[in-house]
Design a protein around this ligand. Sequence first.
Ligand code: FES
Length: 164
Amino acid sequence: MWSEAEQRELEEILKKYPTKRSALLPALYLAQREKNWLDDEDMEAVAEALDVPITDVHAVVGFYTLFRREPTGKHMIHVCTDLPCALRGAEEFYLRLTERLGLPPEGGTTEDGLFTLEAVPCLAACDKAPMCQIDLQYYENLTDETIDTVLAQLRAEAQQETKA
Ligand code: FES
């Protein structure tokens, strides 16, 4: 399942960690990068490469919202709607965003396959709501205008990649 480039990248990752097992998160993130989600084969490949039981890999993938077990859009948008953020308007912010992206209130993937939106529990930036995490990056103190600017930038980057 690993491409040659990914093999090399995995070897570089492993050099940075004291044990193979401690590289589990970055190895999973690498395995997920190509298609944005992890199937059984991906998780088995990580377990084998790191000499970790497959049950441990499943446990980690199930715990972290950054890992996905189903196909998603190119960019994953997690909006925290937990209580402290809700008190700062995060639920309304999230619902307005679903509408602008043409999604139902429970979120989902945009028609163009570019974004998957999900409401999630606390992301540890409670005083900076409304906030969201897009892929690995946090965006805080958001307004409808600022998130739209971020999404427009990601759309433009995707168009550039398509042309290249
Ligand atoms: S409650 Fe939203 S980041 Fe903590």
